[in-house]
Every structure is written in structure tokens, then in C-alpha cells.
Design a protein around this ligand. Structure first.
Ligand code: AMP
Ligand code: MG
Length: 358
């Protein structure tokens, strides 16, 4: 199958392309499109055969449910007959935006879309092209991230093309996404609301709206054996091809440790990558050193993480050392993704003064 990558924002043809994209969705096909979090791979959420195509194109395990994207608040009542009060409050506060809610599913959502579950994940994306595609197609759109299963989520249309070229007919290229990591997921089907995946919308932002919320202990645990509740969180996602190891500790100690390890690895003939910040990147001796952004700018760090992991793949590195980026706010989401990419491999540098990295 030929894959057309269409650069949106180039004028008149945008409208025709959007019509074409909507037709493909209506007819049970797949379209990749930008959202404010990452690129999504969309299909008609109400069509079981269309949902199955998503799993096939991505190579995604069929027990890993899809998120249903809506463009109108009233569609929350289409995907669920039991919309809890908290869902309405959160929708009002954060939609359109990077928050996905799990609610009981209605008959309108087939089990093929929910990976066999009686619950459904639903979100109203905050990207005009995503909203337009949903409205024009007249469908609710099931869309996971538009990467091949196990690869970092795409933040550029070229990432989608690298993974899915030849498997889908159309990629809408809306440029680089704004946030760069996937939506926060909150489960509203249990007695106490629970965050199943951290994201841009943080626990404290949610608490300020609905009063009570906790985070699934399984996702914060550094123990790889911990069992998170969201089916997708148990898989080793976001994995670069090289081994990735997170080095925690004070800044100077981390730089020293990473440089020592780099020398050792080189002696074994291995090509070493390093993820540093604007402040530390010049201090590393690795073969490929990339800065993820300024340490204080956690939004930039979130936005660049997946692109950087993909760049290391292209740079043919054998092993990558990364600084740790724990911080309040979105830092929890960043570290959740980084730990998963690293398969939970971390080590601690001995403290030898200098600035604390945490
Ligand atoms: P992605 O679209 O690639 O960001 O993946 C969707 C995520 O949402 C996966 O981690 C799924 O496990 C999670 N998810 C989707 N639907 C449900 C559901 N009904 N219950 C729990 N987690 C869900
Ligand atoms: Mg994904």
C-alpha cells in the first residue's frame, strides 16, 4: 500500500485532504493524525473490523485497549451510559486536552476497541486537526499512538512514516506536536479515582477539581514485576534499540560516572550515547551526546524525549546513558516513560558535591 504523507497548513488542498481522510475513516480505513500529545493512528471506534486494522498495522497485542477520541461533550454519553459526576467536572476543566478518562462502556463501543474490557477510555483531544477529522468523519475515532508497537511514540509525521509506511494510506502532517508524551489516564470506574498513567495533567491538578485521587502504585514502582492496572502499561513500551541505563545522583557525580562507563564500553568496542541537558551535554565524552533541553524546562524535556530516543536508533548506538529528570509536575510522567524505555535499568552515581540532579 502506498502511504501519502500530506503536509497540512499549505492552503486550499488542506480541505480536500481532510475530506479524503474523513472518507477513509468512514469506510473503515486508517489515518494517522496529529494530536497535542503525540501522533495518533485513527479508525472508526464503532467498527470492529476497523479497530482490528489498528492492531494489525501497529503489531499491537489485542488485549491492549484503544482510546476513543470525541469532539463533542455529548458524545461522552454515547460511549457510556454511566458517566460519573467526576467525569463531567474533569471534562469541563481539562477538555479539549491531554486527559483520558476510563468509564463503563456502552453498547456503541465494540469489544474490539476496548481489548475485551467492559470499560472504555475516552478523551477530547486539544488539536484542531484531530477535532476536525472526528467531526468530518461523523465517527468517534479510536486511536492509539501511531508508532509500531514497542517503539517510542511519534512526535513528528516522519516518525509515523518510519514505523508505518506501506501499512496505512494517509498521514496528516501537522508538524511537531506540542506536548510530546501521551495523555494522563484516570480510571473513574472504581470507588476512588485512580491515575493509571501520569501525563501533562498532574495528580494535583486533578485533585484541585475532584478533591480525591491517587496514582496506581504499580506505575511508580521501580520494580519491573509490579503490575499496573492499565493493560498497556505492562508492556515494555518506548524502547530504543540500544540498552538504556538511567544514572541518578548529584550532577558532577553523574557526569563523572557516565564518562568512566563510556571509556569502559568503548574498550569493548561499543558505541555510547548520552542524554544530557543543555547545561551538561558539553561535559560528556560519549560518541553521540544529545541535549534534551534546559534542565529547568520540563516541558521541553517532555517534548524532546521520544525524538531523542529515535535519533539514538539512527545513530547506531549500542548503549545509552541518561540523566534522571525527576521534577514536580510533568517530571513524574517523563520519568515513567524513561524508566519503561530503560526496562527499569538504573544506577546511582556516588555523590561528590555539585548540584543535586535528584
Ligand atoms: P496509547 O493509545 O498507545 O497511548 O495506549 C492507550 C493506553 O490506554 C494503554 O496503556 C491502555 O492500556 C490504556 N487503556 C485504554 N483503555 C483502557 C481501559 N478501558 N482500562 C484501562 N486502561 C485502558
Ligand atoms: Mg502507545
Amino acid at each position: 500500500m502506498e502511504t501519502i504523507i500530506f503536509k497540512m497548513g499549505s492552503g486550499e488542498k488542506d480541505c480536500d485532504t481532510m475530506e479524503k481522510a474523513a472518507e477513509i475513516i468512514k469506510n473503515g480505513g486508517l489515518v494517522a493524525f496529529p494530536t497535542e500529545t503525540v501522533y495518533g493512528l485513527g479508525a472508526d471506534a464503532g467498527n470492529p473490523e476497523a479497530a482490528k486494522k489498528i492492531y494489525a498495522a501497529k503489531g499491537r497485542p489485542s488485549d491492549n485497549p484503544l482510546i476513543v477520541h470525541i469532539a463533542e461533550m455529548k458524545d461522552l454519553n454515547v460511549v457510556s451510559e454511566h458517566v460519573p459526576k467526576e467525569a463531567l467536572l474533569l471534562a469541563e476543566a481539562f477538555w479539549p486536552g491531554p486527559l483520558t478518562m476510563i468509564v463503563k462502556k456502552s453498547g456503541a463501543v465494540p469489544y474490539e476497541t476496548t481489548g475485551g474490557l467492559d470499560t472504555v477510555a475516552v478523551r477530547m483531544p486539544g488539536h484542531p486537526m484531530a477535532l476536525e477529522l472526528i467531526r468530518k468523519s461523523g465517527c468517534l475515532i479510536a486511536a492509539p499512538s501511531a508508532n509500531a508497537s514497542g517503539r517510542p511514540s511519534p512526535t513528528l509525521a516522519s516518525h509515523v512514516a518510519d514505523d508505518l509506511r506501506g501499512r496505512i494510506p494517509l498521514i496528516l502532517d501537522g508538524g511537531e506536536v506540542g506536548i510530546g508524551i501521551e495523555s494522563t489516564i484516570i480510571d473513574l470506574t472504581e470507588e476512588e479515582p485512580m491515575i493509571l498513567r501520569p501525563g501533562y495533567v498532574t495528580e494535583s491538578m486533578i485533585r484541585s477539581v475532584i478533591g480525591r485521587v491517587r496514582t496506581d502504585p504499580g506505575i511508580l514502582d521501580k520494580d519491573p514485576a509490579a503490575r499496573p492496572k492499565a493493560p498497556g502499561m505492562k508492556y515494555r513500551h518506548y524502547a530504543p534499540r540500544a540498552d538504556l541505563i538511567i544514572v541518578e545522583g548529584a550532577r558532577d557525580a553523574v557526569v563523572k560516572k557516565v564518562n568512566e562507563l563510556t571509556e569502559e564500553m568503548r574498550k569493548e568496542g561499543r558505541r555510547v550515547g548520552v542524554i544530557g541537558t543543555d547545561e551538561t551535554a558539553p561535559l560528556y565524552v560519549g560518541d553521540m551526546v544529545l541535549s534534551i533541553g534546559a534542565r529547568e524546562d520540563e516541558e521541553a524535556i517532555a517534548k524532546h524525549l521520544y525524538r531523542i530516543l529515535r535519533e539514538f536508533d539512527e545513530g547506531d548506538t549500542d548503549i545509552i546513558y541518561s540523566e534522571s529528570f525527576a521534577a514536580p509536575g510533568i517530571g513524574q510522567a517523563i520519568m515513567n516513560r524513561l524508566f519503561k524505555a530503560a526496562g527499569h535499568q538504573t544506577l546511582r552515581a556516588e555523590k561528590c558535591g555539585g548540584n543535586e540532579i535528584v
